[in-house]
Design a protein around this ligand. Structure first.
Ligand code: SAH
Length: 234
């Protein structure tokens, strides 16, 4: 057996442990989330995606902890339980077109690509978006389209979307995202002021009316505007 194989086997073992931790965590907070368990297809997808391929190389050893990790440029990848919960809340169908705001290094996009037909992902920071794209390409996720830009404007060219997910938090839900959600669609988005964010589930009925449920208090990095990115000097 080659060293590379041994590593992959070890990652597979670590990944199984992470999946068990995610299931325990979901059970523990089911009273708050109103969901007894993460759906099987989501758990299976988490069991398949090599999270170590979607974190910076110096974080590889920690990739399978149920914990958030830095991904560079001051950003973090959410802890696996939160990624699982958000993905579960979306209730993705195999034929769905999904929009993600905040590609980062692409872990969430990989999970979406496992479950949906088409994934469109938008990242404001070029360096992260390009790295995410390379990682998703290397892992063979051919059903993901990428864009560098301000995701608070959505991606109108491919709208409407069956599902929308944001992995950075605006103060208020951007109107463009509400507009680009299909009637009958679902959106999962953290929103609120820095110390008072909630994970929200937005559903749009066939008549175009919205309903918003608060799921959990959360802490995400802020959804920046194009001007913020300009100010950061990148
Ligand atoms: N989904 C990522 C986690 C990314 S963290 C993963 O699985 O790795 C949130 C990301 O949102 C950061 O990469 C940040 O640069 C990006 N972001 C912040 N504001 C944005 C905006 N207005 N448009 C697009 N992306 C944005």
């Amino acid at each position: 057996m080659t060293a590379a194989n041994t590593n992959e086997d070890q990652f597979a073992i670590l990944r199984r442990t992470m999946v068990e931790q995610v299931a325990l965590h979901a059970d523990h907070v089911s009273g708050k989330t109103g969901r007894d368990a993460i759906a099987h297809p989501v758990m299976e997808a988490i069991g398949r995606v090599p999270r170590h391929a979607f974190v910076p190389v110096e974080m590889t050893l920690y990739a399978y902890l149920d914990s958030p990790l830095p991904i560079g440029c001051g950003k973090t990848i959410s802890q696996p339980f939160i990624v699982a919960l958000m993905t579960d809340l979306l209730e993705i169908g195999a034929g769905h077109r999904v929009l993600e705001i905040g590609t980062g290094l692409g872990y969430q996009a990989a999970l979406l690509a496992e479950l949906a037909a088409e994934v469109y992902t938008v990242e404001l920071i070029k360096e992260l978006g390009q790295s995410g794209r390379r990682r998703l390409d290397e892992q063979g996720y051919g059903n993901v389209q990428f864009r560098i830009g301000d995701g608070s404007l959505g991606w109108p060219d491919h709208a409407p979307y069956d599902r929308i997910i944001a992995t950075a938090a605006p103060d208020l839900i951007p109107p463009a995202l509400l507009q680009q959600l299909k009637p009958g669609g679902r959106m999962v988005i953290p929103a609120g002021l820095e110390d008072d964010q909630r994970l929200l589930l937005v559903t749009k009925d066939e008549g175009g009316r919205y309903e918003t449920d608060e799921i959990l208090p959360v802490r995400f990095s802020h959804l920046m505007s194009g001007a913020d990115e300009h100010d950061s000097g990148d």
